[in-house]
Structures are given as C-alpha cells and as structure tokens.
Design a protein around this ligand. Sequence first.
Ligand code: UDP
Length: 334
Amino acid sequence: MSEVDEILNQLTTEEKEKLMTKKVLITGGGGFLGSWISETLLALNTKVYCLDNFSTGVRRNIERLKNNKNFYLIEKDVEDFETDETFDFIFHFASRPAPDDYVLHPVETLKANSIGTLKMLELSKRSNATFVYASSSEVYGDAEIIPTPEDYWGKVNPIGVRSCYDEGKRFSEALCMAYLREYNLDVRIVRIFNTFGPRLRADGAYGRAISRFLSQALEHQPVTIYGDGQQTRSFTYVTDTVTGILKATASNVARGEVFNIGNTEETKIIDLAILIIELTKSKSKIIFLPPAKDDPRRRRPDITKAMLKLKWAPKVSIEEGIKRTIKWLRNQNF
Ligand code: UDP
C-alpha cells in the first residue's frame, strides 16, 4: 500500500467526501508537508493550486504531480500572490521551518507568517473558503507544562533568535481568530510538532534533527548534537501528521479550533542519535556542538483534544518511521 493510500484509509467516508473534487490552494505546496498534502488531495480528484517560491521547497517534491491535469504550479512569494480565482480550501503552509535556516532569514520568515497569512485570510474571506493554518509547537516556546495541551499559553522570548518563527506563528494564530470573530470565517489551526519522513531536507541549514542525523549516519560522518542531547522532541511520522491535518480540515467540529498534531512518544536527542546510528548500522561517532540558542528543553504534546474531536492518533512509531525514511533515502524515489 502506498503511503498516500495509508493516509486516505484513515479518513472516514464523510471526511473524504468533504475533500473530494474541490479546488484548493496550498501555499508551500512544494515543501515537505505541502507536497504530501497536495499528493493526497490529488488522489481525491481535487484541483490543487500549489503556490511556492522554492526558497526551501524543492522542485523534485512535486515532479511527479506536474503531469496530473488537476495540478497547477504558481511560482511566487505568498505575499505577492494576486488572483481572481476562488477556492474551497486554503492551506497556508509556506514558511521556512528549520531553525538553523530561519534564523538567517528572520524578516522573510516573519513576512510569510504575517503578511502572507493576512493575504491568504483575505482570499479565504473572498472565496468563502475554509482556511487551514500550519502553526507549530513553537508557539509554546520552552513549555512549562509537559505534555502540553492547547490551552497552555506558551513561554516565548519575543526578541530571541527564534522569535521570527515563534511570534510569526503566534501572530498568525491571532489573525485567524480575528477573522473568525469579525468575519465568521471558517478557520482551523493545526499546531504541528516535529514531523519527519521522506522529502524532509537534510542539507545545509535546512536540515532538521532526524533528516540531518540520517544523512550523517548513512555517510558515516559525525552526528552533530547541539548541547548535551538531553533536550527532547516528540517526532511524528509524516503520514500521521498529514492524516491529522486533513481530519482537522474536513471535520464537522473543528471550525475555529486549534489542535496539537504530534506523537506523544518523547525522545531525547542523544537517544535519537544512538537509534539512528544503530538502524543505519553506521560507523559514525557522536560529536557535541554548542547548544542552539533558546532551544526548548522538552517538547511533548497532549493530544487528548485531537483524539476526542478528530478521532485521530498517530499510528507509526519513531523507529518504524525512521526505518521507512531510511528505505526512501536509499531509493530516493520522490
Ligand atoms: N539538533 C541537534 N543537531 C542538529 C540538528 C538539531 O542536536 O544537527 C537538535 C536541536 O538543537 C533541537 C532538536 O535537535 O534540540 C530538534 O531540532 P530540529 O531542528 O529538528 O527542530 P526544532 O524542534 O528545534 O524546531
């Protein structure tokens, strides 16, 4: 079974009908999550307009979608996008997501998550579309409540190096809720926790912990841990993440709601490095580099709300997800 089929199998008939033969716009449609969402919606015979400037997304992600008659690629910055078209759903997923990368592009990151969000909300209002915003566990910052529920307000440094991302996501959430309250727009917010799988970039500043460690281990290069490696993350395999996002999009009870979408299995970064070295049978050594600035110490979602309202829970363990990603890396069939 393909991974897209695996996602579709987890949606109810009613959820699939909601998403079928529609017209959607996905900003960041060439990115890691955007390309997976695009592919899944195309399988439901939906027209997908993919808006991407390929600042971090890669063309190979959407190469095989390009021949689909329902796929339209628009290469532009989200802030500059103008259109007369209207849509049934708008997914705003355009943003640089990798900390090492967004700290080098703070203004662009803030623009995508402020002006970009505003433009997409306006387009949703004109279209009478459902608006789905890709928020992040980063809105909680260095959370004091673990596992973290949606009603925790967060502990974020507004002037820190990560603030371009954290505060951009927080501002966008506020803007979504303002459009709900003032214009009764159907908005849905997903707070996505660390997600991984095929197509997640590993190169340069774009690399995330799992993708970078995997590429380092497969090449028998040192695995680079920032700090002591005692910090934790809860890693979610992409099929689970996309299933959660699409359930939040199609649900009858998700209007104006925010959901944590993440795995509850919490992993120390040092243990992640050891697991990856084991699973790849690598000769890599672990090296410890200076800690990343304002790096949250622990991250683990409380997903009770998504379990109750969306009937969603992750199915793929971190180990299984890493094995699948290794298989993909060895074949590289985008
Ligand atoms: N990390 C690391 N080495 C790397 C990349 C990341 O030790 O080469 C750590 C990083 O400091 C953080 C965790 O792994 O504590 C997750 O980092 P990632 O960039 O994947 O996502 P974040 O959750 O920080 O946005």
